[in-house]
Design a protein around this ligand. Structure first.
Ligand code: SAM
Ligand code: SF4
Length: 473
């Protein structure tokens, strides 16, 4: 009998990919996707722990299921992902009607655990070992990668895919929960990555985004040889059909020249580098234990600009980290001003129990101050992003057409003759334009006639084909 699965995903690209894998695994066992909770036999929440707000949202969503579960006790409710790993039994205490708690390193067990619940064996939990729960090799083994299964229908588009090259993180930035929820850093074997990329290419993927928490720290040693991210890029660029290669997220200290040269020299590599700096103050960076200074970051940015002058660089910032003074914030503001980031993601510090930051430092910047700093930085970055986009006015860009624009989707106009479409340039700029839906999935040239902070506005470039116009006249 066909069973139906409803899955809700929040958080980063890792979670999007994890959901794709879980769905592929369950489909293999006869499941189909349900459009909503009411139609589902199994309901899964793939969760995020990076900020408290993300967890609060999940607990509220679970809270709303309390009476639903009373009415439908046969429906199985599961919590997977980082919050499952971090909170473990606490999920059952806060929402006793949850049947399943599964950490991101144990996803392969989900089908069996669902079956166990279905057979009346009660609540099931599968989590990985904590960072100090035993010998390193055992901890590593308890965080399994779960990758070879791909389900094209679960991707945002069939012609774009994430490919995980690394799991976990060993940087231990003091504010961050990820090293605890996703375990030790482990690079996947290059043969596996290349085999998966070939499958993706065969499935029609034109763009592959390699993902890892610190993707440019990727290393894999075997047979006396160490493979770096740059080596992977050279090998991946030989796979026919893959026209764009991207990789996120980069760690500033591991932005080596071999990698920059690969991005410069390989036509498939997008000139797009997401390298979060987090703060412009050395005192704050030291408390965050980021392992570099503002001067180191400037030096790295200088090398990027010298090697790939047209590269778009983006960053993340945390405002209101423990002890951040107005002078610290001003330094961050100045760094944004001078760095010419294409855009920045700005977050208000959220204390995470279980991190060194929560243990060592007081979360002492008032919420209103975090909010003001957040708004000031966002306003500055938006102004600079708009200025940066001006360089594209009147220029021609190549975009991979992803689908209907948000406006078109909102208006329900994604089926007609010509609709507003959106695509991305190789350096990750969003372009909207009017075009035929059949262009979706193609790489096409567009002429840019207007720009805003986060969007370029373009028009399809129609090439003249056939005899010269003078002959026709
Ligand atoms: N591994 C990536 C890196 O090192 O940049 C990103 C990981 S994290 C999921 C994405 C972003 O969330 C970080 O770059 C940071 O700016 C932000 N972040 C992480 N922990 C946070 C916290 N406790 N409060 C607010 N923002 C946080
Ligand atoms: Fe978190 Fe730092 Fe690792 Fe990124 S590098 S995942 S911010 S600990």
């Amino acid at each position: 009998m066909t069973r139906r699965l409803y899955i809700e995903t929040v958080g980063c690209q890792m979670n999007v990919l994890d959901s794709e894998m879980v769905v592929a695994d369950l489909r293999k066992r006869g499941y189909e996707l349900a459009a909503d909770l009411a139609a589902a036999d199994v309901i899964l929440f793939n969760t995020c722990s990076v900020r408290e707000q993300a967890e609060n949202k999940t607990y509220s969503a679970l809270g709303r299921l309390r009476s639903f579960k009373q009415r439908h006790p046969e429906k199985i409710i599961g919590v997977m992902g980082c919050m499952a790993q971090k909170d473990q039994q606490l999920v059952f205490s806060r929402a006793p009607y949850v049947d399943l708690v599964v950490g991101p390193g144990q996803l392969a067990r989900i089908p069996d655990l669902i079956e166990a619940v279905g057979h009346g064996k009660g609540r099931q939990m599968a989590v990985s070992l904590g960072r100090t729960d035993g010998p390193v090799a055992e901890i590593r083994r308890s965080h399994e990668t779960f990758d070879p299964l791909r389900d094209p229908t679960m991707r945002p588009t069939p012609f774009q895919a994430y490919l995980r090259i690394q799991i976990g993180c060993d940087k231990f930035c003091t504010y961050c929960i990820v090293p605890m929820t996703r375990g030790p850093e482990q690079g996947r074997p290059p043969e596996q990555i290349l085999a998966e990329a070939r499958v993706l290419a065969d499935q029609g993927c034109k763009e592959i985004t390699l993902i890892g928490q610190t993707v440019n720290s990727y290393k894999h040693a075997s047979g006396g040889r160490t493979t770096r991210l740059s080596d992977l890029l050279y090998s991946l660029s030989e796979i026919g059909g893959v026209q764009r290669l991207k990789f996120v997220t980069n760690y500033p200290k591991d932005m080596t020249d071999d990698l920059l040269h690969a991005v410069r020299d390989l036509p498939q590599c997008s000139p797009y580098l997401h390298v979060p700096v987090q703060s412009g103050s050395n005192a704050v960076l030291a408390r965050m234990k980021r392992g570099y200074t503002v001067e180191d970051y400037r030096e790295m940015l200088g090398r990027i600009r010298a090697t790939i002058p047209h590269a778009a660089v983006t960053s993340d910032f945390i405002v209101g980290f423990c002890g951040e003074t107005e002078a610290d914030f001003q330094q961050t503001y100045e760094l944004v001003k001078e760095s010419r980031f294409k855009n920045s993601f700005i977050f208000k510090y959220s204390e995470r129990p279980g991190t060194k930051g929560a243990e060592l430092y007081a979360d002492d910047v008032p919420f209103e101050v975090k909010n003001r700093r957040n708004n000031e930085l966002l306003e500055l970055q938006n102004r600079l992003s708009e200025q940066d986009n001006q360089q594209f006015l009147g220029r021609r860009v190549e975009v991979l057409v992803e689908g209907a624009s948000d406006r078109a989707k909102h208006r329900g106009e994604d089926a007609g003759e010509s609709v507003q479409l959106m695509g991305r340039t190789p350096d990750d700029r969003i372009v909207v334009f009017d075009g035929q839906p059949r262009l979706i999935g193609q790489i096409i040239p567009l002429a840019i006639y207007d720009v805003a902070a986060h969007t370029l506005f373009g028009a399809v470039v129609t090439e003249h084909v056939g005899p010269p116009l003078s002959v026709l006249a």
